[in-house]
Write a protein that binds this ligand. Structure first.
Ligand code: UDP
Length: 243
C-alpha cells in the first residue's frame, strides 16, 4: 500500500489501558503490548504519522479511588501517572521492534520523558517517529479520551481512532445483549443525546466543535488499524454527517 493510498495521513490512536492488561484484569501483559506494538509498526511502515494516547485504567482510575474516600484531584494525579507507566511499556515494545518513538508527558518528568510541547510533537511526527502522549492532559477531572481529542486538534490529526474490544458502537452492550446492533455511522449529537459509550461527553463535544471525525473499531482483529487508515469502512464513524 503506498502512502498516497492512505485516507488518513496523521492520526491519533486512543487505546484504553484495559487493553494492555490482556486476559488479566490488572497490570500489563507483555505479550499483548508486544502484539499491539507490531500492529503499530506495520501502520508506520505504510507512511502514516501516528500519535498514541494510552489510558491508565489497567492500573489506576481516579474516579474509583475517590469513591473510596481519596481526594479526587490526588486520585486523578495517580491515574495520570498510570498512563505514563503504560506509555513507557509501549515505548519499550516499539523500540525493540526498531520503531523510533518519543514519549511526551503532560506532567513534567524530564528524566523519563520529554515534556509535552506541541511544536516538538509535530516535529517528531514529521521525522517519522511515533509519538506517545503520556500523563493525560495534565489536569485532574479529565480523561485520556479528552486528551486524545485535545491533542488531535493541537497536532492537526485528521481523525481519532478509538480502539475497543468490539466492532464499533452498539445500541446496547454486545457482551450482555445478543441482539445488540452496531451503528455504521453516528453524528456527535446522536452520541451525546443517546449517551452512547464512545468517549466521554467532554471529548465528544470537543470533536464536535472542531469537526474531527472519530472511528471506533475493534483492535482485537489483526490488521484493523491499517484498514481504517486506508479508508476501509469498518467500525463506526462518528462525524457531523454521513460517510
Ligand atoms: N486522568 C486525569 N486527567 C487526564 C487524563 C487522565 O486525571 O487528563 C486520570 C483519571 O483519574 C483517569 C486516569 O487518569 O481515571 C486514567 O485515564 P482513563 O480513565 O482515561 O484511562 P482508560 O479508561 O482509557 O484506561
Amino acid at each position: 500500500m503506498s502512502e498516497s493510498k492512505l485516507k488518513y495521513k496523521r492520526i491519533i490512536l486512543k487505546v484504553t489501558g484495559e487493553i494492555f492488561a490482556g486476559a488479566q484484569k490488572f497490570g500489563i501483559d507483555a505479550q499483548t503490548v508486544k502484539a499491539f506494538a507490531q500492529e503499530i509498526k506495520e501502520v508506520k511502515e505504510i507512511g502514516c504519522e501516528m500519535a498514541l494516547v494510552i489510558g491508565g485504567g489497567n492500573i489506576f482510575r481516579g474516579a474509583v479511588a475517590s469513591e473510596i474516600g481519596m481526594d479526587r484531584a490526588s486520585a486523578d494525579t495517580m491515574g495520570m501517572l498510570a498512563t505514563v507507566i503504560n506509555s513507557l511499556a509501549l515505548q519499550d515494545a516499539l523500540e525493540k521492534l526498531g520503531v523510533s518513538t518519543r514519549v511526551l508527558s503532560a506532567i513534567e518528568m524530564r528524566q523519563v520523558a520529554e515534556p509535552y510541547i506541541r511544536r516538538r510533537a509535530t516535529r517528531h511526527l514529521e521525522k517519522g517517529r511515533v509519538v506517545i502522549f503520556a500523563g493525560g492532559t495534565g489536569n485532574p477531572y479529565f480523561t485520556t479520551d479528552t486528551t486524545a481529542s485535545l491533542r488531535a486538534m493541537e497536532i492537526g490529526a485528521e481523525v481519532i481512532l478509538k480502539a475497543t474490544k468490539v466492532e464499533g458502537v452498539y445500541d446496547a452492550d454486545p457482551f450482555k445483549f445478543e441482539g445488540a446492533t452496531k451503528f455504521e455511522e453516528l453524528t456527535y449529537i446522536e452520541v451525546l443525546n443517546r449517551e452512547l459509550k464512545v468517549m466521554d461527553s467532554t471529548a465528544i463535544s470537543l470533536c464536535m466543535d472542531h469537526q474531527l471525525p472519530i472511528v471506533v473499531f475493534n483492535l482485537m482483529e489483526k490488521g484493523n488499524i491499517k484498514r481504517v487508515v486506508a479508508g476501509e469502512a469498518i467500525g463506526t464513524l462518528v462525524s457531523a454527517g454521513k460517510r
